[in-house]
Every structure is written in structure tokens, then in C-alpha cells.
Design a protein around this ligand. Sequence first.
Ligand code: MRU
Length: 399
Amino acid sequence: MKVDGISRRPIEVASDGATVVIIDQTRLPHEFVTVNLTTMAEAAHAIRAMLVRGAPLIGATAAYGMALAMREDASDSGLASAIDTLRQTRPTAVNLFWALERMRAALHNHAPAARAAIAWAKAAEIAEEDVAINSAIGDHGLALIEAAVAARPAGSGPLNILTHCNAGWLATVDWGTALSPIYKAHDAGIDVHVWVDETRPRNQGASLTAWELGAHGVPATVVVDNAGGHLMQHGMVDLCITGTDRTTRTGDVCNKIGTYLKALAAHDNGIPFHVALPGPTIDWTVRDGVREIPIEERGGDEVGRITGRLDDGRIAAIDVLSPGARAANPAFDVTPARLVTGLITERGLCPATEAGLTSLYPEKDGPGSGERRACIRRKTGLYPEKDGPGSGESRGSNT
Ligand code: MRU
């Protein structure tokens, strides 16, 4: 996407061909600063300290971290140690582990002397794949937005879409996941307006989503995290679209803390709640998101201190807690599949169920699931399992 007319990506190979340039997202929206990653340790730090963040971008950065590592030490022990270091950067986004496993699989059977070249090529492949995946998510999500617009009376004004955290191009290699359909709708001339949850404590919505939507000219309004329910009760939200850091094979989605509350409010108000995700965000080994997905606990300092720009232009961090007050900071929560209207993937739309996901990713289907797919095919509509009575049973039988 473009910043001041220049095409930018949050991660790119530097012009020297040997290092990696990232946008330091801790400095946005006040400063646009790029950082050169020259070692695997710097890549690991960038993920841990959230200079880069967002599930797909974490995966791509880990892949490039492996490429940097293979220049430093391509021995078997160097390979194992780099994977180990990068694995420990953040626990929740499964794209990290997916990317590292892909890098390991590409490298481990090759002689150390060949590994650096292979690693750089594989990291570039992962990055380019991410761009294509997210563009396809945008195309499928655009159809959903068009259908939502068509279902409203003419002259209803903009379609109001609420999103949480940042699942835009800054969270991926390009396009974003939840924002990709919104960019495509805006570019197609559809009148969309985005409610942006500020997303405390790190304010990814206020600092990143509002910034990138604004840079692209998409109308958007930042609201405090607690406003969503009120907006929904008053007919001011037509649709919710969020991203996810890990999706279970049964359709539970783990995303930035607070997503669950928005899904509950959407459910109570009959507002569609969609989640956009690339295939690598699905953890096919997990069935119960609430019980099985590791939730990152970050420092209480993120709750107690807020960074912003002072009137004199300086960037400063200020304390908002009384001295000695304790703060807890769970960074993600799980929205159970029953609250998710549908999933938007690069392969199309599906219900948030195991049957829905395996209908799109049949290669992940287990024995005995052919019947479930046939059952979905017999029904009609975008989200057939949500259509009629007995839909809860149908989901239960799939899990
Ligand atoms: O802690 P973050 O900023 O890495 O969390 C990011 C999110 O929760 C995003 O919504 C998620 O990664 C989906 S990104 C396309």
C-alpha cells in the first residue's frame, strides 16, 4: 500500500540484498521510521518488542530472521538454535510457528553451505504468498460487503464496519486481512465507513488502523474500546470484521483482547461478525480455543503507561495509574465459533465450523469427514449452517 504516494511494505529486503527493512510500528502514528535488521537477534527483538506485529507479519519476520541466521551460522546447531530463539518471541500467533516449521523443512536436508541462499528464497516466497493470500481475502470479503450493501434500502448512507486492533497492511506483508476487503470496497467506489476500536493497552486501532485507513483515504472514526456495544444498539454498525492470530479447526478465533466482547455485543444485536484469516493462521491441531490456545501475558507497564505526542511536538510516555497500583495485561482472547457469523479466507467464505474449514482446505480433512462436506454442499447460501433450525446441532456434530 502507499504512504505519501510511495509503495511501502512493513517488511522488505533492503537494497543491499543482505538485510531486511521494517517499519518500526512502535513509532506510528507520530513518526514514520524504518529500521534495518542485520542479524537474527535483531529480528527476534523486533518481534518481541513489537516493532513488527500482527500474525502474518510476525511469520514473515521470523522467516527473514532465519535467512539472516543462515548467514551467521548455517550449521545444524545454528539452525536449531535460531528456530529456538525465534519460537520464543511471542506465543499466540500461530503463523510464527508455521513459518519456522516451513523454514526448517526447507533447510534441514541441505548442506550448511547451501542454506543461506535457500533461506532467503524461502522467506521471499512466504512473504509473496502472504501478499497473494491477503489480496484474495480482500476479493472474497468484497463480495460480502457488496451483498451487505445490496441488502440495505437505497440511500442508507455508508456501510458502517467495526474492526478491532490492526488487521491491516501493517499487520501483514501487504493488504491486511480484515482491512483488505475494506480497501477493495473503497477502491471499487463503495461508500464504507470504519469504526476503529482504539484497542487498549497498546492502541493498535488508534495508532495503526486509523493511520493506514487515513493514508488510503478510507473514512474512519476511532472509538474507545467500550463504545462498540452502544454503537451496535443504535444501529450504527452494519458489520464487524476482525483478524485472528490463531483459528482452531473448529472455527474458534483468538484475536486481540476485547474481540470476544465485540462478538458478544454483535450477537446480542443481530449484527454479522466476520473474521478474516489466511490459511497459515489455522492451527489444525487445536479444537478448543479457550482451553488450548496459549494467551500472551504482557507486562503491566503497557496498561499503566501511554505514549503520545505532547503539545510541543515531543513524544512522551505518561503514567496513568496511581503509583503501586497493580495491572494485568492478557493480550488476546478467544471468541468461540458460535459467535462468529463466518470466516473470510483466501479460498472463499465459510461457516466457522470444522466442516466449513475443511470444505475449503480438504487436504486438512480427517477420516470420516466426507459426510460433513456433502451435508454443507446440499444447503444453500453463504453460511448455510447458520441458516436454519438445528444449526447448533450441526456444529456440535462436527467437533
Ligand atoms: O499484539 P498484536 O498487535 O500482534 O495483535 C495483532 C492482532 O490481534 C491482529 O488482529 C491479528 O494479528 C490479525 S492480523 C492480520
